[in-house]
Structure formats: C-alpha cells, structure tokens
Design a protein around this ligand. Sequence first.
Ligand code: NCD
Length: 275
Amino acid sequence: MFYEPSTRTNCSFQAAAHELGCKVIALTDKASSSEKGESLEDTIRTLACYGNAIVLRHPAKGSAERAAAVSTVPIINGGDGNGEHPTQALLDIFTIHEEMVERTGQDIFSDNIHSKPLTITFVGDLKNSRTIHSLIRLLILCKNIRFVYVSPPSLEMPLDIVEQVSIQGFDQEKRTSLEDAIRETDVLYMTRIQRERFATEDEYQSVMLDAGAYKLTMGLMRLAKEKMIVMHPLPRLDEIPTEIDSDNRAVYFKQVKNGLYMRMAILDNIFHLLT
Ligand code: NCD
C-alpha cells in the first residue's frame, strides 16, 4: 500500500514476492478509499483481511507504527515520511559490506579494530533522508566507522540521530561542501534535496541557490580515492551527473539489484518460503 510515489521499493517488493511464488495486491492512495477520506488505520485493518503481510509507504513519520498497532499481519515499513526506511538500510549496508570487502578487504562486520576507520560521508538532504536515518542506526552496530555530514544548514542531520551516534562513541564531523570532504571519503552516500518535504516552494528554491556545494562532479571524482564507492538510494536529480555512471566506483545501480535480493530475504525471513 503506497501513499507516496515509488519505483524501486514498490517494484522490488513486488518482484521479490513473485520470485518467491507469492501473489501480490498492489494499491496506491489515489486508487483506494483513502481518496474518500478513509483513515490509515481502517485501510490497514481491511488490507490485513486479504494479505499475509503489508508493505506500507506513507508521507507521515510514525505511520508504520500506527499501522502495526492495528494490523493483524506484519507491517513492513517502506518509508514513513522523513522518519525511517529500514529495508533500504539493509540493502545499503549489504552493498557497503560487499563492495568494501571486495575492493579493500575491509569488513565492517568484523571486530578487528586495527584497520583504519572507514569514513562514510552523507551528502544532501540529511534532515529528510529516511534512508540515511535508518542506515546510521545499522552502522552504529558496527565498529571502526567515522561519519562526515555535508548538507545545507537548514537540512542538517536530526539531533536525535547525532546524539545516538555520539552515545555509541562514533566520531562525526560536519563539512560545508562536498569538495571539503571528498578526499577522506571511503563511502560517499549522495541524496537529493527532497522538494516535497518543504513547506513552501520559496524555501526549497532558496536552499537550491547553494545546491552546487552538494553535487558530485567529474572533477571531484578525480580528487577521490580510487577505492571509494558512490552510493545513492535513487531517484537522483542532478546531484550525480550521468557521466559518473560508468565509473567503476558508482554502485547505485548495484544497490537497486541488491534491493531485490534483500527484499526476497526479508519476505523469506517472515514466511520461510525457501526452506
Ligand atoms: C528514497 C525514499 O523514497 O526514501 N528512495 C528509495 O526508496 N530508494 C529516496 C528519495 O526519495 O529521495
């Protein structure tokens, strides 16, 4: 049940379900009784009568929790406003692990703290990027990582997340532009500025005046480490030019493929379809 647009989360969950032999009922808010004013709770109570699990995307933070409180079947959070996006975080951490082991031999799941810390740089709309919020919750279960944040001043990382990171003892630093951060970065996680989360178009436009500081360019790629990886949850706007797609360091379409496998794993974890 998707109350917000989605290409990857929606289609990968559907593809994963088909791949595992499940059947799918796919609904969006525009085609549902939510258009007539039905509450989220009543829609969920209804869908729980028809299916064995519900993947929910909704514009309000906390909506997955509200849904879980009334649902008789598992709710999978496919993104709740600027809150969380846990299934994306799982595919992202899987991608970081796979790519870093292959390229540098560094294993973020290992306890070996003798290796140099991995620098993960988050760029763009850190306030609204639910994929980053969820990914950080997973990364602070690992060791030997440091975080660098690059965002417009009005779109900084939410304080509760900064606090959690610091309580767990991780180093975190802010930089004012991507150029200031690129040389030290091992994992570059780019995001778009989320226009739909701004109260007014004017506010969005004023942030976009300085958007150049948060964009990746071919010139910046030349300053970056050879073993760096570039990630993006997608959709991208113009923060990563398409010329970068053919660079061996760009892994954002690998993330898309990993999303299918991760969602198959998530469904299998609930239903044990493969055993
Ligand atoms: C993101 C989302 O919806 O949170 N995309 C995704 O699920 N892969 C990122 C975004 O919308 O910018």
